[in-house]
Design a protein around this ligand. Sequence first.
Ligand code: TRP
Length: 333
Amino acid sequence: MTGATRTTKRVFSGIQPSGGLHLGNYIGAIRNWVEEQDRYENIFCVVDQHAITVDYDPAQLRSHTRQTVGLYLACGLDPERCTIFVQSHVPEHTELAWLLNCVTPMGWLERMTQFKEKSAGGGERVSTGLFTYPVLMAADILLYQADGVPVGEDQKQHVELARDIAARFNRLFGDTFTVPEPWIRPVGARVMGFDDPSRKMSKSADGQYHSVALLDEPDQIRRTIMRAVTDSERDIVFNPERPGLFNLLTVFQALSGQSKQEIETHFAGQGYGHLKRELADLVIAALEPIQARYRDITADPARIDQLLARSVARLRPIVDDTMARVRVAMGHR
Ligand code: TRP
């Protein structure tokens, strides 16, 4: 069944287990998935095959993959309403990626800004996988005939590429794929590094005070936020030209649910130290229940294994249906 005949829209998204999940993943992505899980048919992936496109450590990948699944659940994704799975557990992602490689013009990949940034000056550390990464991402999305792909602004170009690949495939081989749409949330979609507000918060960035991980201890959270880079001005207002302050206020807004106006009034006449202390309290309070649920969920390791096995079984009919049609369309059957 493709998107045209479905009544409930199907959503697909994923996060790389390339490090511990952080506040940016929660505010920019997972929290929205949780809020909207009743509206859609949801498939959320831990994309462990994307995580090997750059240098990595296998033991760490293994543990971060499980941790990410546990955190999806701890953040409130309900396994009854969402299918949560690990990319490498469904081998058809890589099979489809190869097939799509052969219908994707190289020029389309050469235009990807993320590849240009990540590969600059990398020499032999730049793998072919890093170059074709967006094709694997297209395979993730198209395999499930997803209608919507909720992602951050930085992934919009990749989802548009998936659209273009779907349309080209349908034109060359007959109608096979749902053409997906990127869904970008405006508020809090982009949390920046606390040590460098010009860079998006990232799991792989080094620097002890770059991000707040969802499993950080309260002391560490407080230290990171108190050290956050700001500027030498005084008044506390939402001004994108003051990126350090703007980022702190964006996180405050996302977690407090207050309006910009309310927040500016609340902090009027106060200094940055005051804002940072209140923000640290807010972040610690927001993460506390997530951390408690995470401890509870991971107390029984078999629980995650069972959930992941059940997810693969649930996805199987969709995967088999898409792949059967692709193989016939392309002349392999
Ligand atoms: N490339 C995405 C990121 O780094 C992760 C990802 C992989 C993804 N496959 C996906 C996101 C499919 C949405 C849909 O954030």
